[in-house]
Write a protein that binds this ligand. Structure first.
Ligand SMILES: Cc1cc2nc3c(=O)[nH]c(=O)nc-3n(C[C@H](O)[C@H](O)[C@H](O)COP(=O)(O)OP(=O)(O)OC[C@H]3O[C@@H](n4cnc5c(N)ncnc54)[C@H](O)[C@@H]3O)c2cc1C
Length: 408
């Protein structure tokens, strides 16, 4: 039995951080939003240490602030003031945020905390309906709207909306059902993540060791705590993941080279297979893709969620501008502007992280020598250091006013 549920302005399939952020932004301009997700976010009071963290750059902080979630996130984040890259005992470079006039490169915190903070925000908005456990079943589009059939808790319902947004992650059902093709590439690598306590302070330095299987990174969290992102070829990662806890901890201790003293694992290791993916289009009639439904990046460079939040911000801006002008928020013109504004940012970040990974994750003698020389050169020449830092943290193709701290 299928029951008609309600009419709304936007259905967002996927209540991860970018999906919830978009919902919170759009609710503030008075639109009626429905969010679907199979998994309930944790309430902020119930948050426990979780293996995956993300470093949020200043633009992302501004976007989360505009969505009303930053005040809840801030106490749980740690600023990354220095990025230290260690190629070998003799080749290393420190990049300091204040050298390019920034207070920090990013603020690192647990992903589930950002999601919980946004969930607290949307629970207070009367014009957001969060359906969970709920998933999209199918949809049909006509000239004026989309009829979305969903399965909520075993019951089928139909939502009638002006715009459907796919924020449902890398295996996006919205993308698949819209027939949007992807280009993807399996890196044959896995990221192992966990949270550690350590005996020495991290001094707000994020340290990245370059190793043949991929980078090994220690990323500061509040107090004497850090998150680990350890990239290895898949077969090697599988072998490490099979180790007993003590042996795994010893392997971690070895890889941290005692930089943060004695370590102790707080969360068990989690594994993330690494791939890149790029949807050939971000839009279809009355449909837009954001975040990993549209692009998946290698975690090197900490760009994925930052890019995703810029998608959410840009789409919110285009929808807000259309709504304020009395135009159709799901029209081709509105969606085309969203896609046009996001194209260059997404392409450059995909190509940049991909190239960086190919350069870093190998043990070819010539490339290692070039890396060492490159790092020493960058470290020694101040304008080059500034250029490298600016390229990494100030996205040249981001034109979102929310990222700049302006209003929606
Ligand atoms: C090891 C690692 C480290 C990273 N570090 C960083 C970093 O430091 N900085 C950074 O910017 N990025 C980082 N990233 C990237 C970042 O984690 C992702 O870009 C981000 O989580 C993507 O968000 P998303 O909402 O698209 O996907 P997800 O977080 O996967 O969320 C998708 C949501 O959709 C829901 N969903 C799934 N299927 C359906 C369905 N059929 N219907 C409805 N809902 C559905 C899921 O339940 C989930 O809530 C890292 C990634 C990895 C793997």
């Amino acid at each position: 039995m299928v029951s008609a549920l309600k009419n709304c302005d936007v259905v967002i399939s996927g209540g991860g951080v970018p999906g919830l952020c978009l919902a919170a932004l759009l609710a503030d301009i008075g639109l009626d939003i429905v969010v679907l997700d199979p998994h309930l976010p944790t309430r902020i009071k119930d948050i426990r240490p979780d293996g995956r963290t993300a470093a949020l750059m200043a633009g992302s902080v501004n976007i989360l602030r505009a969505a009303g979630a930053w005040e809840l996130c801030e106490p749980h984040g740690s600023a990354l003031n220095t990025l230290r890259i260690i190629e070998s005992a003799s080749a290393r470079a420190d990049f300091r945020a204040d050298d390019i006039g920034l207070p920090y490169f990013g603020i690192n915190m647990q992903n589930n905390l950002q999601r919980a903070a946004l969930y607290e925000v949307i629970l207070k908005k009367k014009n957001i309906t969060f359906l969970c456990p709920a998933m999209l079943k199918d949809f049909t589009t006509d000239d004026v709207g989309v009829s979305v059939t969903i399965n909520e808790n075993g019951k089928e319902q139909i939502l009638r909306t002006r715009l459907l947004v796919g924020a449902d992650g890398r295996n996006s059902a919205v993308r698949a059902q819209a027939g949007i093709e992807v280009r993807d590439h399996d890196y044959g690598q896995m990221a192992i993540t966990c949270i550690i306590n350590h005996s020495k302070p991290h001094d707000n330095i994020s340290t990245e060791f370059h190793r043949p299987g991929g980078p090994f990174t220690i990323v500061p969290l509040p107090g004497n705590q850090s998150s680990i992102v350890w990239v290895e070829y898949t077969a090697d990662a599988d072998a490490f993941l099979k180790l007993r806890r003590d042996d795994f901890e010893r392997a971690l201790q070895d890889r941290t080279e005692n930089l943060v003293g004695r370590i102790e694992m707080v969360t068990p290791p989690e594994a993330w297979p690494l791939k890149s993916l790029h949807a050939k289009s971000l839009i279809a009639p009355r449909l837009a893709l954001i975040a990993e439904a549209a692009h998946v990046l290698h975690p090197l460079g900490a760009q994925g969620l930052n890019l995703s939040l810029r998608d959410a911000a840009t789409l919110a801006e285009e929808i807000a501008d259309a709504a304020r002008s009395g135009l159709d928020i799901g029209s081709h013109a509105t969606l085309h502007r969203y896609e046009f504004r996001r194209r260059a940012d997404i392409q450059t970040r995909l190509m940049g992280t991909d190239g960086l990974n190919r350069m870093v994750s190998n043990n070819i003698g010539l490339l290692r020598t070039l890396r060492s020389i490159g790092l020493k050169t960058i470290d020694a020449i101040e304008p080059l250091r500034r250029f490298a830092m600016n390229e990494g943290v100030v996205p040249g193709y981001d034109d979102s006013r929310l990222s700049r701290g302006e209003n929606l």
